[in-house]
Design a binder for this molecule. Structure first.
Ligand SMILES: Cc1cc2nc3c(=O)[nH]c(=O)nc-3n(C[C@H](O)[C@H](O)[C@H](O)COP(=O)(O)OP(=O)(O)OC[C@H]3O[C@@H](n4cnc5c(N)ncnc54)[C@H](O)[C@@H]3O)c2cc1C
Length: 444
């Protein structure tokens, strides 16, 4: 039986980054990364077709100091493509109408998003009482602090960005900074002002979103080259057992076998991790099973630009829950112009989410017809699209619902009984892809 220092299960963003950071710190580490799929990258998968570029999962990443450093260390800084300036402009769908999302506090006051009374209520935020429910939902938090006029906005953010329901997502897990500011300063607004005032370093201006030349898979490909034959593709981890201070890991795939490892990192969807730990820790498995994930269907729709009545001069629009499975529409070629052939536009119409779990099972023809309808109604597409491509992400976006924080604490406590075992990935603390690109990763 082969012996490893570290076995990582899953080569998505989290597993690849963990492997790279650990190798960078200890080049002689005996490392193995086992990935079930025939390719690495998880949801970071870019599909070039007919001159268009479609992404299975993340459209881009929000750059920060850590991503600058990582890209430089990997030698891909030159491949980073910033979003066009238009990406700053976003809309929300309110009663079927696209309304510009305010980019700052000043624009809020001029925005038709809120009534006059709602705007007045915003000014009362610094004097509202501190919350005392650690499981308060996103909708309840925003309404309590900023007034009930903000509910549609909360619903659009939860639905359009996190494919979830604002009444179920837990504020402290989704936006920990805002709940911490409230607790520390008694007010989110006061806390944000003090934070700005106390910032020791001047803020670096970065683009709102970046991708890589050739799409998000570019980063995964770079990690893969670094890993070489330490990465085993088509190798699902099917069993995990404790053996003294080691773990015995069973591989399936074309070459089923077992290996031993001193450390095991499960960089998997939480349900897959639950199945592996159930044999030696049913309580841990039960908590992992409770983390729901939402499915998202994306229809990529392309057409000559002049066939859209709308100027397509923004990032896209977010849709609130209501009864529609529409999550939002991304104007991919306005954000990254090289994602469509010259003179053409590419839209990504996303549907499904936690509230519409059956959407993902609709046929390609149904999804495409529905997407074309949205493109006509919202962006004035005339005639039929000349390009259509469907991507399905099943059980892909973790839902940090009420009780999530408490669950992570229990998971952390259970893990302390299993030295050498760790969990990481987008199911725990950070949904965004950059949350996975740090040395620690996003873990309970
Ligand atoms: C539709 C969609 C849009 C998104 N858009 C954005 C965006 O614009 N910006 C952003 O920052 N983030 C976005 N995200 C989130 C981002 O994609 C995730 O944060 C990130 O990709 C998660 O990486 P991960 O490694 O945690 O998980 P995954 O990508 O799910 O990787 C897990 C890996 O484990 C493998 N695996 C599963 N079971 C086993 C097993 N038994 N053995 C071995 N391997 C196994 C899987 O095949 C997979 O490769 C989006 C996600 C989706 C789905």
């Amino acid at each position: 039986m082969d012996d490893h220092d570290l076995l990582i299960a899953g080569a998505g963003a989290a597993g690849l980054a963990r492997a790279w950071f650990r190798l960078a710190a200890a080049p002689s580490l005996r490392l193995c990364v086992a990935e079930a799929a025939p390719r690495a990258g998880g949801w970071m998968r870019s599909v070039p077709r007919d001159g268009y570029l479609c992404e299975a999962g993340p459209q881009g990443f929000r750059p920060n100091e850590a991503t600058d450093e990582l890209c430089a260390a990997l030698g891909v800084a030159g491949d980073v493509v910033p979003a066009a300036a238009a990406a700053q402009r976003r809309w929300v769908l309110l009663r079927g109408r696209m309304v510009a999302l305010p980019a700052g506090p000043g624009q809020f006051l001029a925005s038709p998003l809120l009534s006059f009374g709602d705007k007045l209520r915003l000014f009362g935020e610094p004097w509202r009482r501190r919350g005392d429910d650690p499981e308060e939902s996103m909708a309840d938090f925003l309404v309590r602090r900023f007034g009930r006029g903000t509910r549609p906005l909360a619903e659009a953010l939860a639905h359009g960005i996190f494919a979830g329901d604002a009444a179920r997502l837990e504020m402290a897990s989704m936006f920990p900074l805002l709940t911490e500011l409230e607790q520390r300063h008694g007010s989110v607004v006061r806390g944000l002002f003090r934070r700005k005032r106390d910032r020791s370093k001047p803020r670096v201006q970065r683009p709102v979103l970046c991708s890589f030349r050739g799409g998000m898979a570019g980063l995964a490909d770079r990690f893969v080259r670094e890993l070489g034959d330490r990465l085993l593709l088509g190798t699902p981890v099917q069993s995990l057992q404790k053996d003294g201070d080691h773990y015995v890991v069973g591989f399936g795939g074309a070459r089923p076998r077992s290996v031993r490892a001193r450390e095991v990192a499960l960089a998997l969807p939480s349900a897959a991790a639950a199945a592996l730990v159930a044999g030696f820790d049913p309580a841990l498995a039960a908590d992992l099973q409770q983390i729901r994930s939402a499915s998202v269907a994306s229809v990529y729709l392309g057409a000559p630009r002049e066939r859209f009545a709308h100027p397509l001069d923004g990032f896209g629009c977010l849709a609130p829950k209501h009864d529609s499975p529409l999550l939002g529409v991304l104007l991919c070629s306005s954000v990254f112009p090289d994602h469509a052939p010259r003179g053409h536009a590419l839209l990504r119409v996303m549907t499904g989410g936690a509230e519409h779990p059956r959407e993902i099972d609709r046929s390609d023809a149904e999804l495409c017809a529905q997407a074309a309808g949205h493109a006509r109604a919202l962006f004035g597409l005339s005639g039929e699209p000349t390009f259509l491509h469907v991507e399905r992400c099943r059980d892909a976006i973790a839902q940090f619902e009420k009780g999530h924080r408490a669950r992570l604490e229990r998971i952390g406590a259970r893990l302390s009984h299993h030295p050498g075992l760790s969990l990481l990935g987008a199911c725990y603390r950070q949904i965004a892809v950059v949350g996975q690109w740090t040395a620690e990763g996003s873990r309970p």
